[in-house]
Design a protein around this ligand. Sequence first.
Ligand code: SF4
Length: 450
Amino acid sequence: MVETLGVITEARNNSNVDELADIAKAEGVDYETLRRRVSLGRVIIVRNSKRPKVRPTAVGEGLRTKVNVNVGTSGTIVNVDLEIEKAKIAVKLGADTIMDLSTGGNLDEIRARLLEASGGVPFGTVPTYQAWIEGVKKYGGISIPSEWFLAVVERHLKDGVDFMTIHAGITLELARKSIKSRRIAPIVSRGGSMLAVWMVENGEENPYLKHWDYLIELFKEYDAVISLGDALRPGATADAHDELQIEELLNNSRLARDAVSRGVQVMIEGPGHMTLDKVVADVRLMKSLSGGVPYYVLGPLVTDIAVGYDHIASAIGAAIAAAAGADLICYLTPSEHLGLPGVEQVKEGLIAAKIAAHAGDLVKLGKRAAYEDVEMSIRRASLDWDYQLSRSYDPEKAMKLKTQFQQDLSSCTMCGQYCVFILLSRYLSGRQLNKDELLEKYGEGGSLVW
Ligand code: SF4
């Protein structure tokens, strides 16, 4: 493994100039601003010296909102080829990170194959699953030694995992409180529930908290990112912003500040289910408590009733969260709450999350994110169908919609000959759009009005 000082230390010493310069250029930000944010832990760079093909990906303040796709087997469906197909389609459609949440089959082998399928995209895992599943078998029940949880983390790091969900914010006391709480859904995090049961049954403190110093050393050695899990995220809108969620956020924020002070990159995971009016406050509170480390949100889903359409419920919350400063969005698929997604649902979920991220960026980043929108508007107003279809998130689907009534029109079948753009150009010649002029004036490289 190539020895590194770690991203934060390198930024503090200004010794990773080339890497930072490349990212600053790609993101359209000033080098010094980026360096400072990385040195403060407000921007993380996910990279891997053990896997040089991983493209360094920056997540955090002032940068484009990134999208994560979860793949992985379940306890009931173990079809590794299907999960590989999902990972490949996610990479092809522009997922920024991939997470393996497998819980069925040979987990080491599946992780190795998914790592390979993910190519240069940063790869994350939730080691608690494997620690629990294999630990129960190995130790004949849940009397698993706390060190075992760390051994599995180390195994994932050795295999080349770039970031990991570590549920260190749920304490024994919080686990006990959650079980007795009046929440509709006391715990909806799979890893969180495993840890809560382990803590309460064994009467022991959270293993990741107990061995926090060792964890920090491990992540430092491998230059990997800790993603502090939210075991107590609300799983129902009625449970949002209760004492349990906020207490865990406080714990995670303290841990995040500690990790950054010791030169380890960290982000914090967020909800979950919450109504629209709470989303902005949630992002601001997290940023303020944690010192501004990146926020990795699961939606949030802004309603509990969108069965079969939860990718839309979560995209609505994700757009608001991104606009308010959330940095990484975990996609949700139409299968959420119903079953393991298929390839088509992965595609639908990823596209919904990418639209949400971009919608948020139009507010968060302003004109830095707006050139594509301006160009699309100009092409739309000039009835340039080739451009519009080719730039769709799903050109095949867009073409099907455009041609479903099989009419060959210069406009579309919505208004036909009464298309506003045809009427304007025919009767108001002075208002006629000149596509080339507009593109020169407002398109990329031009002076965008925003
Ligand atoms: S026909 Fe109507 S919907 Fe279609 S491009 Fe023209 S204005 Fe838009």
